[in-house]
Design a protein around this ligand. Sequence first.
Ligand SMILES: Cc1cc2nc3c(=O)[nH]c(=O)nc-3n(C[C@H](O)[C@H](O)[C@H](O)COP(=O)(O)OP(=O)(O)OC[C@H]3O[C@@H](n4cnc5c(N)ncnc54)[C@H](O)[C@@H]3O)c2cc1C
Ligand code: FES
Length: 503
Amino acid sequence: MSEATTAGPAEGQPLSLWLATTGATDFPVLHGTVEVDVAVIGGGIAGLTAALALKRSGRSVAVLEAGRIGTGVTGHTTGKVTSLHRLAYTDLQRSHGTSAARVYGAANQAALEHIGRTVAAEDLSCGFRRVANYTFAAGPEALPEVRAEAGLAATLGLPSTFTTDVPLPFPVAGAVRFDGQAQIHAVQYLQGLAGKVDGGGSFVFERTRAVDLREGTPVTVAAATGTVLAGDAIVATNVPFGDHGRFESLCRPHRSYIVAAPVDTPPLDATFISADEPMHSLLTVRLDGTTYLLVGGGGHPADEQVDPAPRHAALARYARSHFGAGSVSYRWSTQDALPQDGLPYAGPLNPDSRHAFVITGLRKWGLTNGTAAALALADLLNGTPNAWAALFDSNRAPRRPTAQAAPRAGDSVSHTDSAARAADLAPGDGTVLDADGTSTACYRDEAGHVHAVSAVCTHLGCTVGFNRADRTWDCPCHGSRFDVDGKVIQGPATEDLPPRPVP
Ligand SMILES: Cc1cc2nc3c(=O)[nH]c(=O)nc-3n(C[C@H](O)[C@H](O)[C@H](O)COP(=O)(O)OP(=O)(O)OC[C@H]3O[C@@H](n4cnc5c(N)ncnc54)[C@H](O)[C@@H]3O)c2cc1C
Ligand code: FES
C-alpha cells in the first residue's frame, strides 16, 4: 500500500478557489485547417497575453488550449500582480549584476501596468485591485536581507521602501513595501482575455491539444482534430513541447500548496510573502460574500514525491493561528518552472528556430513575468524594440550550472508496490502496482471503482506517482501531470496514459 497520510483527513475541497468561483468557458474544438498569422499554443497568462497583444497590433491569431481556458498553472496561482518577488533583486544583482536586476524590475513593473491598462481598456471584470505588496521578516534573522532588498529595489527605480509598520494582524520585524501593486482573479482575467482574442479572424480553440509543431513556411501545428497553418508559432504551454528536451536542463518544475479559508475580517489592503523559512505567501479576497485568506507555501522540487496532506495541514494551522481563520474551504497545489539562472525565457524555441518561439521559466511569478515575456515576443514578431527582450532571450548562454540535475528519462522516482493489490486501495487513494512486470497506476474512486492506467509517463518514460491532494498522477521527471483516467493535465507529455487491466 502507499504510505499513510500523517495529517488526518484533509480539510476543504481539492479545488482552486479561482476555478471554483468561475464558470467554464466553451470555445470550440479545432476542426479542419485554419490559417492565421500566429498560432499560440497554451491558454494561460503567457499565451493569452501574447495572443491579445498580437491581435491588437493587427495580426490574426489562433490559440490552442488543451483543456479549458485558465485551468493550467494560472488558474492555481495566488493572484499577486507585482514586481516584488520576495528577495529577487538581491539574488539577481548577485548572479547577473545591477543592470540586469534593473531591467527585470522594469519588465515586471511594465507588466503590472500592462495588466492594469488591459483591464481598463478591454473592460474586464476580474477583481483587479491595487494593493501594496510586502516581503516581511517575521523575526530578526531575515531583517538584514529584507532591509537590503528594500534599499536595492529603490536604487533600481522601483516603488520600494523599508518599513516596520506592516499591516498584518501579528507582529513582524520589518518589511519591504512596494506601493501601487495589485491582485487579480486570474481565471476571470484569462477568460476575459480569451473573449477578446476570439473573433474578427482570430480564434480560441479549447479541448485542442497540440501534438506536433513543424517549422517551415508556414509553421504547421497539428492537433488530433485539425491543423493550424501560421507564419509564426508561440509555445506557451508552461513546460514547453517541441523543444527536444532543451528546457529540461534549463528549468526545474517546483510545486507549492495553497489553502483558502474564510476569515472574519475585512480584506487586507495588501499582499504578503515572508522572507523567512518556512515561507508563507498571503492574500485575501472577497468572493460571493465571503472573505477568504489564501496561504501558500510548502514548496519543493516536483521530483520529490511528498505527501501533500501535511503541507496543506501546516498552511491551515498557520491560517488559524495567525488570522483566526475558519476551516479550509479549498486546497490545491500547482507547479511552475524555475529557470536555472533566475530569468524567464522568451525567444526562439530551438537555437536555430526562425518562426517558433517559446515562453517558459516564469519562476513562480508568471502573472507579471509571463506578461512581460509575452509582450517581449509580441514586440519581436512585430519588429518593435523591447527593453527586456535581450535579458529574457531564450538563446542566452547559461550563466550557472543547474544546481541539481533533473531526473533523466527512464528514472523511476516513485516506488512500484509489488506486494499490494488494487483491492486493498481505500476510496480516494492511488498507488502504482507491479502487474506481471508492468507498472500500473491504480486509483479507487469514492464509488469503489478502480481506474487503472499505465504508470509509465508518455513523455520520456519515468514512473508517475499519486498526488493525494489533487488526485492526479504526477511525473517526477519533468513535471507532466495526468488525471486518474490518464488524461494529460500538464505537459511536456502530450499523450495520455493508456488504460491497463486492473491488477
Ligand atoms: C502555488 C503557486 C502560486 C503562484 N502565485 C503567483 C502569484 O501570486 N503571482 C505571480 O505572478 N505568479 C504566481 N505563480 C506563478 C504563475 O502562476 C505562473 O508562472 C503562471 O501562471 C504560468 O503561466 P503559463 O501561461 O506559463 O502556464 P499555464 O497557466 O499553465 O498555461 C499553459 C496552458 O497550456 C495548456 N497546454 C499545455 N500543453 C498544451 C498543448 N500541447 N496544447 C495545447 N495546450 C496546452 C495548458 O492546459 C495550460 O492551460 C504561482 C505559482 C505557483 C506554483
Ligand atoms: S518523463 Fe518527462 S515529464 Fe515524465
